[in-house]
Design a protein around this ligand. Structure first.
Ligand SMILES: [Zn+2]
Length: 383
């Protein structure tokens, strides 16, 4: 077992593994592939293989270095994610460029994983270009994107490109079972993730994610009046805040580890500052992710009611909720109202990131759902 054994074992993954094992490490990589094809997991495996002390160039997956990299808690592995719709040019200039010029604090390589790198606009991509051309010898960039055509040719031509394929539902189930999930849990996670391998793994392995899902799927039956809707909205917002609190505790450990790794002196203020900024962005993103998860679950639920009416059990995503879904399918709500509810959830989810106030977004969406798709009067057997 090593960091690569949890990935899908495709030829592309094997070629990445081999490149690092044989010291053919490019300064910049561009991993392409649809959402959920495992780009992020592959990038983390690469970062671990580049820094692992127990199995250098392989990544044992279990030493403190690997564990912290995989949990995104390593001071030399930086994750850049969009803030709202964009990765702003300021982040490139103020965070990436100065940090990329420093040598690693404790690892062998400093790694920047830039997620959704197509969300750098032209000026941001151009700002990054020079650093990609003349990187610090110990720095490696791994850019991820599912929109190749949005990445400037000048960036693409400076990266080694790897194209990941989507992972089939059957293969996701197999991988989750290899990791110890029961057949039932593996199938449910694979189905709920809608082909997104990384989300499926979260669902199967992170108890908090599955526990939250239990809260989300209970919501449709509770939206009887607009007062209920506001109560439920508060609960959803509190759940997101609790997730943020939990992550903040992890951040405190990370600050301590950075201090231990660096001691005093040499650029410490700059590095602390960069870490504090990264944490702030991460927390905002996490809150939006959890709220997005809630809205995504609601959308899947209402979509399932329509799917059940039209296609039967096989068409359903929430395969563990057939009893309540059947009750909804038999009530007199129209398909049009249900599909409108789906759209409303997805529109609310999409509005995060455009600086919308998350609390207002959630409250407005739930009040409207209570009006559009009130639960059938007989609903009583929620599990
Ligand atoms: Zn290791």
């Amino acid at each position: 077992m090593n960091v690569w054994s949890k990935l899908d074992g495709s030829r592309v993954i094997e070629s990445l593994e081999r490149a690092i094992a044989t010291d053919q490490v490019a300064h910049a990589w561009l991993l392409l592939g649809p959402s959920g094809s495992g780009k992020r997991s592959a990038a983390l495996a690469m970062a671990a293989a580049l820094n692992c002390e127990v199995a250098p160039k392989v990544g044992c997956g279990t030493c403190s270095t690997c564990a912290r990299i995989l949990r995104r808690r390593h001071p030399d592995v930086h994750h850049i994610v969009p803030e709202g719709p964009l990765i702003p040019v300021d982040v490139i200039r103020e965070v990436i460029i100065p940090e990329a010029a420093r040598s690693p604090f404790e690892g062998r390589r400093k790694v920047f994983v830039i997620e959704e790198s197509d969300r750098m606009n032209e000026s941001a991509q151009n700002a990054l270009l020079k650093t990609l051309e003349e990187p610090h010898p110990d720095t490696v960039f791994i850019l991820l994107s599912d929109a190749e055509e949005e990445v400037l040719e000048t960036i693409r031509s400076r990266c080694r490109i790897a194209r990941l394929e989507p992972v089939s539902e059957a293969r996701i189930v197999e991988l989750l079972e290899e990791d110890g999930a029961s057949g039932e849990a593996a199938l449910l996670s694979a189905r709920l993730s809608e082909g997104d391998f990384e989300r499926a793994r979260h669902l199967a392995e992170d108890e908090l994610v599955m526990a939250r899902r239990q809260i989300w799927v209970d919501v449709p039956s509770r939206l009887v009046t607009s007062v209920d809707a506001l109560d439920v909205a508060t609960e959803i917002l509190d759940t997101a805040k609790a997730a943020v609190k939990e992550r903040e505790r992890g951040h405190k450990d990370e600050v301590q580890q950075l201090a231990d790794a660096m001691g005093e002196g040499r650029g410490t203020a700059g590095a602390r500052n960069a870490l504090a900024k990264r944490h702030k962005r991460e927390l905002k993103r996490l809150e939006e992710d959890v709220l997005g998860e809630a809205l995504g679950s609601l959308a899947a639920f209402y979509r399932d009611v329509v799917a059940l009416r039209r296609g039967g059990d096989e068409a359903v995503t929430n395969i563990d909720l057939l009893a309540p879904l059947n009750e909804w399918a038999e009530c007199d709500l129209s398909d049009a109202a249900l599909l409108q509810a789906v759209d409303r959830c997805l529109a609310a989810k999409a509005s995060f990131g455009s600086n919308a106030n998350p609390a207002l977004v959630i409250e407005a969406a739930l009040v409207e759902l209570a009006r559009l798709v009130p639960p059938p009067a007989t609903t009583s057997i929620w599990v």
